[in-house]
Write a protein that binds this ligand. Structure first.
Ligand code: SF4
Length: 230
């Protein structure tokens, strides 16, 4: 086992414990996980609504839309304007409404009403990229896949200083797949997102309460910088 693998597994074992202890208010990704697990179509719609929106807000809006339109057939029968009206609180709602309607039509016309379970098929949907496809595969279909979003990217690259020369999410995805056992792949996104929402926050990481603080490269570089100026 490489040094990177060892260090990564050590961090993740602490993060996993933390995930179990966190509530949905502190880590809204848990709300999203709840909705995603109940139905592949609900998972896809929720994931398509989520870019550039906070999980709490996405959850509320997704629930509202899915209560009115729980299946692709309901969405197909709505106008884009009706979808827009419901999802208006979210960023890019016009684009998202169009993509959701197209996705419902495609699911009905090409997949007999079922959300496909293959990466190559999922990324053909407009508004579905690598991250969303991997979220659907890992969360709904429990396939080994790793979704890299901004939390995962920041923590792995900037805070824990793995793959510091990463050029994009795919480099982080490759690193995680290379260094983690496959049975961890479909859990690592939600552990890291919950950790990023509650402790290792984007602007002000809460290092003072973090279980990794003694061993974290970002935290120790900050301490050295403060010590160096004193
Ligand atoms: S010590 Fe700070 S920077 Fe490091 S993982 Fe914890 S919260 Fe993030």
């Amino acid at each position: 086992m490489s040094n990177s693998s060892e260090r990564l597994l050590k961090y993740l074992s602490l993060i996993e414990k933390l995930y179990d202890a966190l509530g949905e208010e502190e880590a809204p990704v848990k709300l999203m996980h709840r909705i995603k697990r109940r139905d592949p179509f609900h998972a896809l719609i929720t994931a398509m609504l989520s870019p550039r929106s906070k999980d709490e807000q996405t959850y509320k809006v997704a629930m509202k839309l899915l209560n009115v339109a729980p299946t692709p057939y309901h969405i197909r029968d709505m106008s884009v304007e009706e979808i827009e009206e419901i999802i208006k609180p979210l960023g890019f709602y016009r684009q998202k409404a169009r993509n959701i309607k197209l996705a419902a039509e495609r699911i009905i016309n090409e997949y007999d009403g079922e959300v496909p379970d293959k990466f190559e098929e999922l990324i053909k949907f407009r508004g579905v990229g690598r991250k969303i496809a991997n979220i659907i595969l890992s969360t709904v279909y429990e396939k080994p896949a790793i979704a890299v979003d901004t939390h995962v990217y920041r923590i792995i690259k900037d805070r824990w200083k793995f793959v510091e020369d990463a050029k994009g999410p795919k480099d982080i995805e490759d690193f995680l797949m290379k260094n983690l056992p496959m049975d961890m792949w479909n859990k690592v996104n939600r552990w890291l997102v919950a950790f990023g929402q509650s402790i290792c926050k984007p602007l002000k990481p809460r290092c003072e309460v973090c279980p990794l603080s003694d061993d974290c490269p970002y935290h120790s570089s900050k301490r050295q910088a403060v010590g160096g100026t004193g």
